[in-house]
Every structure is written in C-alpha cells, then in structure tokens.
Design a protein around this ligand. Structure first.
Ligand code: AMP
Ligand code: MG
Length: 336
C-alpha cells in the first residue's frame, strides 16, 4: 500500500514538473520575422507572457489584412479601386480616411515635398527593368501630381482630377506599424518592438528601458552609421539605397521630388524620430526631398520630432542633426 502511494506521488510530481516546464516554455519572450509589406517585418515581445505566440500571430494577421487592403498591385485592393475609378467621388474605409488625413497634413506642413498623389509619376519608374521615363512623360504626368486636388469629406474622397493616382508607399508602412503597436498595447504588452523594414515603433525593452537602435550606413550595409536609444516612440529611415539602380553614373532611386518628377538629390538618408510611426515615415520621406537646409529648419520648428540627415558634399558624406537629436543618446560611429 505504502509503495503504491509513493508511486502515485511520483507520477503527480512528474506531471507537475512537466506542466511547469510547458508553461515556462510558453511564457518565453518571442521574436518573429516574416516577409510582408515588401520587406522583412519583425515583431519582438520581450516580456514573458503565455499569450505571446497568439498575440504575435494576430499582429501578423492584421498586417496581412492591411497589406491586401492597401496593395498597389492586387486587384480589388482599396487603392486600386480608387486609382481606377473614373468617378470624382469615391467612398473609402475608415482606415484609409485616417491615413489620407495624415498624408494631407504632412503635405501642407512640408509644402508638397510629401505628396500622396505622386503615383502618376512614381509608377513610371521601373526598378526591376531599370527603366526611367522620358522627360516628356514626366512633364505630362506631373500635371496629375497635386495633393490640393484631393479632398476628404468624412469617408468620401473627392478627386478634382480623375487622373490622380494615389501612392501610399511613403506612409503606409508607418501607419500599419502604428496599428500593430496599438494591437500589442491593447493585449497588455509593454515590452516590445516592431520593425517593418526600417520603420520602427518601440515600447520598452526587457528591462522597462529604452531600446538601442542602429541607424543604417547609407553606403555600406555591413556597417552602422550610429545608434540612438528610444522607448514608446517611433523612428523611420528613408534612404536612396533602398530601391535604386545606376544609370550613366546617376543613382535612380524611389524618392521623387514632386516638383520635378525626378529622384530627390539633396539627401542620401534621413532618419526621423516621432511619437508615432505614421508621422515618422511620412516626414522622413518629405525631409529627404527638402534636403538638409530646409528639412532641419522645419524639424526644429516641430515639437517632439527630431531628425538626422545624411547628405553628400564634394563626394563626402556629411550629417546634420536637429536641435534635440542628441537627447536620444546619439552614438556617432560614422567617423570611426
Ligand atoms: P519611403 O521609403 O518611406 O521614403 O517611401 C518611398 C516610397 O514612397 C516610394 O517608393 C514611392 O512609392 C513613394 N514616394 C516617392 N516619393 C514620394 C513623395 N515625394 N511623397 C510621397 N510619396 C512618395
Ligand atoms: Mg516614408
């Protein structure tokens, strides 16, 4: 009888140990990278939470939903529906209305350096076939690039020019990163980071402190230009190295100056820190177009926004920082 009791106790103890092991296993921090939004998206939850795998999975499902809705290529995406509609007025979703509202604000703020109607011109550049449009083609299509011809009345988008083509490539990723951050926060997560190909939103790190974030060197992808530290904020980088080809010694890249229809040439890379990733994403594209002088002047007028602009002068890479950039513990590795 005594032997039997010992056997039962041993079995129970083994079950308890196995249960504790399984639940510890489940409560590990998670870091998962998937291909999405035309880049690599990494979601990292640093705290131990048994729901981490489920939360990460639902975050990636949210990304997939937006990717479909906002795709510039997939038939029946909302963007395609608007771009192919001959009608002057189009009903749009709550999400897209929010995104376009923000787009228009950034366009006003940057006097059109950011323009979500750049689509008529940006679609002329082919980074796979490495072809550039003829000057006449650019001139003709530039007539349809003008954010002031786009109006939002509630959830109705009004296009004064039916040939307007939306391109949300400079703000969409940031918008989706913000939605993922909201999803994690509403699930009770406090220690996490989301990185969608250089558009980041970070909560706290595993110690409840700032994350240390590397800034890509624009001409050497094996090196970092520097580090900053950040928590509960966003950072985004726009660079002429992300999507480009060389033609007769000129770098043809994906950030277009809406005034000329040509790749913007005043900067090489721009990093913007902002309270949310939508703002950081849109502003870094705009500041890239504006260049170091006007770009830094604008950023210095804005609250809670900082920027690092890398540009080329006499064949050398130079940098210019906004007034409060050093508050993010900027470690400059560019001279080492
Ligand atoms: P980003 O990498 O965030 O700077 O975004 C670049 C993408 O935004 C390009 O691939 C285009 O789809 C689009 N884009 C290019 N130039 C502009 C511009 N001046 N304003 C708004 N969107 C732009
Ligand atoms: Mg952008």
């Amino acid at each position: 009888m005594k032997k039997r009791i010992i056997q039962v106790c041993l079995i129970i103890a083994l079950i308890v140990i196995a249960y504790i092991r399984i639940s510890n296993e489940k409560s590990k921090p998670v870091k998962e990278t998937r291909v999405a939004l035309g880049t690599f998206v990494t979601i990292e939850i640093s705290e131990k939470n048994p729901d981490n795998p489920v939360i990460v999975d639902s975050a990636f499902r949210l990304i997939a939903k937006y990717e479909k809705q906002f795709s510039p290529k997939e038939d029946y995406s909302e963007i395609i529906r608007i771009n192919t509609s001959a009608s002057r007025e189009v009903e749009i979703s709550y999400d897209l209305a929010e995104l376009l509202q923000k787009s228009q604000e950034i366009s006003e703020l940057t006097q059109g350096a950011f323009d979500v109607t750049i689509g008529a011109v940006s679609q002329l550049y082919d980074f796979i076939d490495k072809t550039i449009p003829y000057p006449d083609e650019i001139k003709e299509n530039l007539k349809h690039v003008d954010f002031t011809k786009l109006h939002l009345v509630g959830y109705t988008l009004i296009k004064d020019d039916p040939a307007i083509r939306l391109d949300i490539g400079a703000i969409g990723k940031g918008f989706i990163v913000d939605k993922v951050a909201e999803c994690l926060i509403s699930a009770g997560i406090r220690q996490a980071a989301i990185n969608a190909g250089g558009d980041l939103y970070v909560l706290e790190n595993e110690n409840g402190e700032e994350w240390r974030i590397g800034i890509q060197h624009p001409r050497d992808d094996s090196t970092l230009w520097g580090y900053i530290t950040l928590k509960n904020a966003a950072v985004a980088t726009s660079g002429d190295y992300e999507k480009f080809f060389m033609k007769d010694g000129t770098r043809i890249h994906h950030i277009i100056d809406p005034k000329t229809g040509l790749p913007a040439d005043k900067a090489v890379s721009v990093t913007v820190i902002a309270p949310d990733a939508t703002t950081a994403d849109a502003l870094c594209t705009a500041v890239f177009v504006m260049g170091p002088e006007k770009g830094i002047q604008l950023v210095n007028q804005l609250d809670n926004i900082e920027a690092l602009i890398i540009y080329e002068q006499d064949g050398k890479l130079m940098q210019c920082l906004s007034d409060g950039f050093m508050n993010y513990n900027y470690e400059d590795l560019s001279q080492t």
